[in-house]
Design a protein around this ligand. Structure first.
Ligand code: FAD
Length: 414
């Protein structure tokens, strides 16, 4: 079966690639091994963290993590494995945790993050989509004196458009459940949040209306490469699709990339979410990051979601109750107790690169194959920017070196 552009993987990245490619006039087919109802793009916190976001690999990350481990509050868990790839990844992560790299990454976050926010706002307006989108800031709450004082050094000047340092009463207005144990809070005004499930459902519905084809519950097993081109995309149902171009956006899964001899420097990092209802007077006014605990609390129309944990070295997708209990213990150490009504739990994997920079761009050897991978813990934030870069690359038949988006924001070039 002949196809124009085949996108493998319908997470937030695949859907955004489909959105921009379809807009540019291409005929798009999205193939997913599932039914696009429960990937990582559904279970996350929904923060759009474009501004003032410190990368995961920041200077001091190792000592701070060890300190939290001793307190029993560390969000990071490492399962020792025999795979040398993980140790290479960890070494790269540590090497990237320096001041110079952090500054550069934050600049890139701001550039491509603002672009994404504008794209999301445009989509909502142009197609009347309901993302439950709010650009009312992200609140960062600190539970450790040291990290709060370090942040204050950076942000203790007046820039009212950008952030506000809150006193305890102001913090309590934003987060009614907070206790006096919190050390301080900063509101980063330019960030936004949305309901990821709504975004995925609305975007998919819109794409279907625009004629994007979805082939669901078919796993792509193999890419048949001939004469430096993907000739057939072969699926678990025995179907063979013959694409003009293929975009790989398979999230944390790298088997297909490995088949193409592409060694992507990324690892699955497991995270959890707990979604529940709570008394309306206790719901936070905006998305709240408990900075040192790596816990996010996001208000949504009918519910609130807590997300946390960063587990490396495991690819078991089960929800482990011990981890859910640990998130709750850490959260309630700084928040007043309340009932989490109609609670649902979820676990999924971030496709994490060691420097928080995605892996996007054309394959050097296979002419009609492009990667849109490695969006890590910020895929919801940057997916539209990545989708537009990929569409520009494919539709205008550009080389990587002709795309400033790829040159600036792809881990292939850093
Ligand atoms: C707990 C948690 C909280 C998070 N919070 C935030 C946040 O607040 N803000 C933010 O910006 N980001 C957040 N993220 C990160 C964000 O969710 C991810 O970066 C993003 O969802 C990745 O999207 P993706 O499209 O690359 O992958 P996915 O959503 O995993 O989609 C990949 C798709 O590919 C399909 N697939 C894979 N292999 C094949 C194959 N061989 N054949 C066919 N289909 C295939 C899968 O079925 C899946 O549907 C969070 C992540 C977690 C785990």
């Amino acid at each position: 079966m002949k196809k124009d552009v085949v996108i493998i993987g319908g997470g937030i990245v695949g859907l955004n690639c489909a959105y921009f490619l379809q807009k540019s006039g291409r005929e798009v087919t999205v193939i997913d091994e599932n039914d696009i109802t429960d990937s990582t793009s559904f279970g996350n916190a929904g923060l759009l963290s474009s501004y003032d976001k410190t990368p995961l690999s920041y200077p001091g990350v190792v000592t701070n993590t060890l300190k939290l481990m001793l307190k029993g509050q560390s969000p990071a868990i490492f399962h020792p494995t025999i795979s040398p790839k993980i140790y290479k990844w960890l070494l790269n992560f540590i090497l990237n945790a320096n001041e110079k790299r952090t500054k550069k990454t934050m600049m890139l976050f701001e550039k491509f993050g603002e672009l994404s926010l504008q794209f999301y706002e445009q989509m909502i307006k142009e197609h009347n989509l309901d993302f439950d989108y709010h650009r009312n800031g992200m609140l960062s709450v600190f539970t450790e004196d040291k990290s709060y004082n370090q942040k204050l050094k950076t942000y203790n000047y007046v820039d009212e458009d950008r952030f506000k340092i809150l006193d305890f009463d102001e913090l309590q207005e934003y987060v009614p459940t907070i206790t006096q144990k919190a050390k301080g809070a900063i509101l980063f005004k330019k960030n936004a949040h949305f309901d990821s499930r709504k975004v995925m459902n609305e975007l998919k519905k819109h794409l279907e209306q625009e004629g994007v084809e979805f082939i669901l519950n078919e796993r792509v097993e193999q890419l048949d490469i001939r004469n430096d081109k993907v000739k057939y995309v072969i699926t678990s149902n025995g179907n063979q699709y013959r694409p003009n171009h293929t975009v790989m956006s398979t999230g944390y899964q790298t088997l297909l990339a490995n088949q193409c001899k592409k060694d992507l420097m990324m690892t699955p990092a497991k995270g959890y979410s707990i979604t529940f209802e709570m008394p309306s007077e206790l719901v936070p006014k905006t998305s709240t990051l408990f900075n040192d605990l790596f816990i996010v609390m996001t208000p949504r129309k009918d519910s609130v979601r807590l997300t946390s944990k960063l587990e490396i070295g495991s690819d078991d997708s089960k929800v482990v109750q011990k981890q859910i209990d640990s998130i709750k213990n850490n959260f309630f150490a700084y928040n007043k107790s309340f009932d989490m009504k109609n609670e649902t739990t979820w676990a999924g994997f971030r496709p994490l690169t060691p420097n928080d920079i995605p892996l996007i761009g054309r394959d050097e050897n296979i002419k009609n194959l492009t990667y849109a991978m490695g969006l890590g813990w910020l895929g919801m934030t940057f997916a539209p920017a990545v989708g537009s870069i990929i569409s520009d690359l494919v539709s205008n038949d550009k080389k990587n070196a002709q795309s400033d988006g790829v040159l600036l924001f792809s881990g292939f070039y850093q």
